[in-house]
Design a protein around this ligand. Structure first.
Ligand code: GLN
Length: 188
């Protein structure tokens, strides 16, 4: 099994380390040609969604990546990655990949006090550590979206079809259970 990690900006290296702890191979996606490498799954990391979105367009990768996701490639987006996958972004008229029927609010916890750590429930796994950094949350979700974590009444993890998203960064903890869940539920 081989997982591609979008590596244009943000926390891609940490995802590779977590996958390595599960003995799963990964490779970095930095340019359009990397998208034709064999892959069983895809990770969109945290960072700055506007920057990643712009780089995807500038490097002529956006359409190809959108089509790969639309064809059913299992994809896991954390934080900015979740924003890239959302169907709607609060305050913006256009979204990026529109791959999961959620409406997200960016920097939803405020810009300055936006980083925090909690332990909370992930459906089917139990209590896990969650690191939030200037995180979005999910304001609303369509009927076919399964809600996986709720913190302070806000939805912070969900899935629909081939798409898994978390507001928080499981790759910044020592807990690899969400990555394992992604592989077991979406790929194996
Ligand atoms: N605030 C960032 C954005 O809007 C996301 C932050 C993150 O990925 N840690 O893209």
């Amino acid at each position: 099994m081989r997982i591609g990690i979008l590596a244009l900006q943000g926390g891609f290296a940490e995802h590779a380390q977590i996958l390595q702890s599960l003995n799963i191979q990964s490779f970095e996606i930095r340019k359009k040609e990397d998208l034709s490498q064999p892959m069983n799954g895809l990770i969109l990391p945290g960072g700055e969604s506007t920057t990643i979105g712009k780089l995807l367009k500038d490097l002529d990768m956006f359409d190809e990546l959108k089509s790969i996701i639309e064809k059913g490639m299992p994809v896991f987006g954390t934080c900015a990655g979740m924003i890239l996958l959302a169907k709607e972004i609060d305050g913006k008229s256009v979204a990026h990949f529109s791959a999961i029927d959620i409406r997200v609010k960016r920097n939803a916890y405020g810009r300055q006090l936006g980083s925090f750590f909690v332990e909370a429930e992930f459906k089917g796994i139990g209590t896990i550590p969650m690191t939030f950094i200037r995180a979005p949350y999910i304001e609303s979700a369509g009927a076919n979206v399964e809600i996986l974590s709720v913190v302070d009444n806000n939805i912070v993890a969900a899935k629909e079809n081939n798409v898994l998203v978390t507001s928080y960064h499981p790759e910044l903890t020592h807990d690899n259970s969400i990555h394992k869940y992604f592989v077991d539920t979406f790929i194996k």
